[in-house]
Design a protein around this ligand. Structure first.
Ligand code: AHR
Length: 628
């Protein structure tokens, strides 16, 4: 294959092409990125979290009581907060009884590390007494323990720290009151002190780091379907997710479990700041998931128009929470949470895969106009509708074009073949229309693996996205995280359990794009020998330059089962004796474990580069000087 290009010619492309899509699906938040180790810490699980499918899923989920002369019930009289109604009421006749939590598939701790325990407690009968708190192994081994101060008669928060004596993957937490009588316990929490960037109520460092390593330019939150829920009552309400944990309002997760919202909007904005990513909150457009009905079959619904003014105000308040100064109502709340400086929110998504009906249009229009009027500096991203087979998204595009929405969110999960054969997808897009945020995409094969075949199809397609980076402004692969044994959707970018994090080959592709982004695209042409013409769309090149560093990046994908000799002619580049860093990701199509191999090489290698069978090859050339 011969590629010819002239590095003095370029077009401006988006500098925010690669971002991340975060949704609490597959236990991505609770039991996942959110570092809390206690499951059902506030006794708020309810059978309706699973829509009644799991009758054992209730306020006692993950809890058990040890000790023959002890009892516990779940009570709700005079709770710690009206948003947190349930708590455990223990009656102890003999010291030694323990309330135990099994964590999310056990509690994993590391030798020598410190863990912050906290609990809200009050005694209701008997004398004040301390709580002995232990990490206990399967055979009763004690991995660490601590004692709280004496519990007294009114609700109060107690803190203590446990240092783990040894590593264990599946411990349980035992709380052993050193008193007889009755006491109430709520919001029982155990957090590693070593969270990502050391924040309290923070994120699992080993999971947050690979996200930051993607060098995402933005991060979408809280979904996906979680953003708009499966009914009006299930719409994600950002105001329920901020402030003290006991005042947050937990909710049912439509993927069949529970959201504590401990990883709420503050923690999200904070992570974006830590990762250098722009926040991209996605808010329901006043309609739930695909306008799901609350009543009869096929009936569509939205927030009643009489309530829409309040709903619109909630969205405006989110911008104030992110950007308002400390004297504004919501800016003050952000400051109280520990972040007086604004988060500098620039984007907001309205809607997710909604059916484009009158119900949708009326509400979307109202929100869009209010946003435009109050915060014209914020880029609003609309939706073009659901990801149904065969849809052309026409109605969504029509609404967005009519209203002058600056950008729209497109989603597609397709076969690798689709990605291979649709590399011209954006070449034909009308440049006068709204820009595109490809908010969810992934190559899907039967069995839904994330392997070299899917990863290379995505890498190949992304060369065409870079080529169309004048119209495509952002992309995010979906979904992002999946916990072993709790995976509702495949494939994902990163799989994990309590002790392991396993980035996929698809993740490696995303990382190579994220870490090798440019803001100028250098158009190229490819010519193949006659007998290769029919496989042309399985070989692709994209060359970008980063105008800040003046680095030049060459990405080459070969999705053929044979190696191909490529010659890339960097006309006018005068790079003869320069060095490049070369990265190659390759493997058999079904390979799920390939890792990129990095080596230094001379730039002149590009004149005659061998692209291995099924490979993604990337050359990064540092500082080629401006306008070269
Ligand atoms: O990414 C998983 C789901 O796919 C998202 O929640 C939804 O938006 C889409 O249908």
């Amino acid at each position: 294959a011969k590629f010819s290009l002239d590095v003095t010619k370029s077009k401006k492309i988006s500098n925010s092409l690669l971002g991340i899509f975060f949704e609490d699906i597959n236990y991505a938040a609770d039991g996942g990125l959110y570092a809390e180790l206690v499951q059902n810490r506030d006794f708020e699980y309810t059978v309706s979290d699973t829509k009644g499918r799991d009758t054992n899923w209730n306020s006692t989920k993950a809890w058990s009581l040890k000790g023959e002369t002890a009892q516990y019930i779940i009570d709700s009289i005079n709770p710690i907060h009206p948003n947190n109604k349930h708590y455990a009421k223990l009656s102890i006749q003999q010291v030694g009884a323990a309330l135990a939590n099994e964590g999310f598939d056990g509690i994993a701790v590391k030798a020598g590390e410190k863990y912050d325990f906290s609990v809200f407690a009050r005694t209701t009968k008997g004398k004040a007494g301390k709580l002995l708190v232990r990490l206990v192994g399967k055979n009763g081994e004690i991995y660490g323990e601590t004692t709280t101060p004496s519990i007294t008669a009114n609700w109060k928060k107690y803190n203590a720290t446990i240092t783990a004596k040894a590593a264990v993957a599946e411990a349980r937490l035992e709380i052993i009151p050193q008193m007889t009588g009755s006491l109430d316990l709520d919001l029982i929490s155990l957090f590693p002190q070593k969270t990502f960037k050391g924040h309290k109520n923070g994120l699992r460092a080993d999971l947050a780091q690979p996200l930051a390593d993607l060098k995402p330019k933005f991060m979408r939150f809280p979904g996906g379907c979680v953003a708009h829920g499966d009914g009006i009552a299930n719409i994600y309400n950002w105001k329920n997710t901020i402030g003290p944990l006991e005042a947050r309002k937990p909710m049912r997760n439509l993927w069949g479990y529970h959201q504590t919202v401990g990883l709420g909007y503050f923690e999200y904005f904070q992570f974006c700041e830590d990762a250098g990513a722009e926040p991209l909150p996605v808010i329901a457009a006043g309609v739930p998931c695909q306008n799901s009905s609350t009543g009869g079959a096929g009936q569509q619904c939205g927030i009643p128009m009489a309530e829409m003014n309040n709903y619109v105000q909630d969205i405006l308040d989110l911008v104030e929470y992110a950007n308002g100064d400390v004297n504004t109502k919501w800016g003050k709340k952000r400051a109280e949470a520990g972040h007086p400086k604004p988060f500098n929110l620039k984007y907001i998504g309205i809607g997710n895969e909604d059916l484009i009906t009158d119900i949708f249009e009326e509400r979307f229009t109202m929100i869009f106009k209010a946003m435009k009027e109050k915060y014209p500096e914020i880029t609003v991203i609309g939706t073009v509708g659901p990801n149904f087979e065969g849809t052309d998204y026409q109605e969504g595009w029509d609404v967005a074009t009519k209203l002058g929405v600056p950008m729209v969110d497109e989603h597609y999960y397709q076969s690798p073949g689709w990605f291979i054969y649709n590399q011209d997808y954006y070449d034909k897009y009308d440049r006068a229309k709204p820009k595109v945020y490809l908010g969810e995409y992934a190559a899907h094969l039967p069995g839904r693996p994330n392997n070299i075949e899917t990863a290379l199809a995505e890498a190949l397609y992304l060369t065409s996205v870079e080529r169309n980076g004048d119209i495509v402004s952002m992309t995010s692969y979906a979904p992002l995280l999946a916990k072993d044994k709790h995976t509702q959707w495949s494939p994902n970018l990163i799989y994990f359990n309590n002790t392991e994090v396993r980035p996929t080959v698809g993740y490696e592709v995303q990382k190579l794009y994220g870490q090798n982004a440019g803001d100028q695209y250098i158009p190229s042409e490819i010519s193949l020998s006659n007998n290769q013409e029919n496989v042309k769309n399985r070989i692709a090149l994209s060359v970008v330059r980063d105008s800040k560093s003046n680095d030049l990046i060459v990405k080459l994908v070969n999705l053929l089962p044979v190696a191909v000799n490529a010659s890339v002619d960097l006309k006018n580049a005068n790079l003869g004796n320069k060095e490049a860093v070369k990265t190659v990701l390759k493997g058999d199509p079904a390979d799920r474990n390939a890792k990129p191999v990095v080596a230094a090489c001379a730039v002149s290698e590009l004149m005659n580069a061998e692209l291995p069978a099924y490979s993604f090859t990337l050359y990064h050339i540092k500082n080629i000087g401006s306008n070269k």
